[in-house]
Write a protein of this length. Structure first.
Length: 371
C-alpha cells in the first residue's frame, strides 16, 4: 500500500466514523426503529442463505435485545454460557427460556494454562505475544516495544501496535536483551484467550451445528475493539467467516436503559434497579456492567468498590479463591491469585472497602441520647 492508498484508507475510516457518530446522535425513537429494520433485514437475508438465527444472551444488554426481538416478531432460540454469569442473571435466563451451553474449558483452567485477563483484551493479547516469543512473531514483538512495523504494517513508525509506556515498564522485560531495554517481567502470565474458550468457541460450535448466525447485544459506545468493528462493519455483517447482527450498535447507554424500561425487561439483581437522576440520566443502582467473576479487563480504571470488592460482598468464599489460591507458582509452589496481579498493577483490593458516606453515623442512630 503506497502513500496515496494509505491516505484513501484513512479517509474512508474517518468517513465511516463520522457517519456512525451521526447515527449515534439521532433521536431514541429513530434508533429503535432502525434497530427493528436491521433485525428484520438480517433474518430475511439469512432466509435467502438457508440459514437460521439465534440470540447470544449474557447480561442486561442482550437480555433487552432478546425481548426486543420477541416484541417485533422475531422469535428465535436464545443461547448462553450461563454458568459464567452472576446467579441473578442465570435466574433471568431460566425465566426467559435461554438454552445453557457449556464452555470449552473451566475458568480456572484457562487462567492456569494461559494467564490472567487484565488491562484490556487488546493489550493482554500483546503481552501474551511478548511472553510467548517465536520466530514468526519477532517482527510483531519489535512493533509492540517500539511502534516500528514491518511490511505488513506498511513500515509505519510510532504505530498503535506499541504498548503504552506504563505497561511496557511492567510487562516488556522479555525483550530486554533484543531491544536493549530495562523493563520488568511480571510474576504471572497474561492472556486474552478467556473469552475465546469460555464464550466464543462454544457459541461458534452451536452456530455451526445449527447453521445459525447470532444476534449480539453489542454497542459501539462501549469502546475498544467492539467500537472499531461495529464502525467498520455496521449493524449487519456478512463476512467470509463471520456473520452477525448487532442491531443496537448505534445505541448509547441511555438508549439501552430506556428500551429496557419500555419493554419492562426483568433486571437481574446484580444491576439493582434502573433509576433516573435529577438531570434525566438513567443508570443502574448497582453494577453498571457485568462479566465473569475472574475477568480483570478494565479493573485498573474502576473506582472502589470495584468488581472484586463487590464479588467479596456477594460471595467471600469465591473471592478468597480467586484472590489467593486459583494458581500455583511453578517455581516456588506458592498459591496465588488475582491479588498478586492487582498488587503488581497498583489496584487496591485486600482491605475490605467501606463506603464511609453510607456508614457515617447520625445522632438519630442513637435515639436514647436525644432530648
Amino acid at each position: 500500500m503506497d502513500e496515496k492508498e494509505m491516505e484513501l484508507w484513512k479517509e474512508e475510516k474517518r468517513r465511516k466514523k463520522a457517519q456512525f457518530a451521526a447515527m449515534q446522535n439521532q433521536p431514541y425513537e429513530v434508533k429503535v426503529k432502525r434497530a427493528e429494520l436491521r433485525a428484520i433485514e438480517f433474518v430475511e437475508k439469512l432466509d435467502e442463505m438457508d440459514m437460521e438465527a439465534h440470540v447470544s444472551v449474557g447480561g442486561l444488554d442482550s437480555i433487552t435485545l432478546l425481548l426486543f426481538l420477541r416484541k417485533i416478531g422475531i422469535d428465535i432460540p436464545a443461547i448462553s454460557v450461563s454458568s459464567l454469569e452472576d446467579k441473578s442473571i442465570q435466574e433471568i435466563h431460566k425465566e426467559l427460556g435461554v438454552m445453557p451451553i457449556k464452555p470449552m474449558k473451566s475458568k480456572v483452567n484457562i487462567i492456569r494454562e494461559f494467564g490472567f485477563p487484565v488491562i484490556s483484551k487488546k493489550i493482554a493479547g500483546r503481552i501474551d505475544t511478548l511472553q510467548n516469543p517465536t520466530a514468526k512473531n519477532q517482527t510483531v514483538r519489535h512493533a509492540i516495544i517500539t511502534g516500528e512495523c514491518g511490511e505488513q504494517g506498511h513500515f509505519a513508525k510510532n504505530s498503535r501496535m506499541k504498548l503504552p509506556q506504563k505497561w511496557l515498564e511492567l510487562f516488556a522485560g522479555y525483550e530486554n536483551e533484543n531491544e536493549g531495554t530495562g523493563y520488568r517481567i511480571a510474576p504471572f502470565k497474561v492472556s486474552n484467550k478467556c473469552c475465546q474458550f469460555l464464550k466464543e468457541d462454544p457459541c461458534d460450535r452451536y452456530a455451526k451445528e445449527h447453521r445459525s448466525a447470532p444476534f449480539l447485544g453489542l454497542m459501539a459506545s462501549e469502546g475498544g475493539q467492539r467500537e472499531e468493528a461495529l464502525v467498520d462493519h455496521g449493524c449487519n455483517y456478512f463476512g467470509k467467516t463471520v456473520i452477525r447482527s448487532a442491531p443496537f450498535a448505534p445505541f448509547l447507554r441511555q438508549d439501552l436503559l430506556q428500551l429496557a424500561l419500555d419493554l419492562n425487561v426483568p433486571v437481574p439483581k446484580i444491576y439493582g434497579e434502573i433509576k433516573r437522576k435529577p438531570d434525566g440520566m438513567l443508570y443502574t443502582t448497582e453494577a453498571q456492567r457485568t462479566g465473569c467473576s475472574m475477568c480483570g479487563f478494565g479493573i485498573h480504571m474502576e473506582k472502589r468498590p470495584h468488581r472484586f470488592d463487590k464479588l467479596r460482598e456477594r460471595n467471600e468464599k469465591e473471592w478468597k479463591f480467586w484472590m489467593y489460591s486459583c494458581c500455583t507458582d511453578t517455581e516456588t509452589g506458592e498459591k496465588y491469585g488475582w491479588g498478586r496481579v492487582l498488587d503488581y498493577i497498583g489496584v487496591e483490593w485486600e482491605d475490605r472497602y467501606v463506603d464511609w458516606e453510607k456508614e457515617q453515623m447520625s445522632i438519630f442512630d442513637f435515639p436514647e441520647v436525644l432530648p
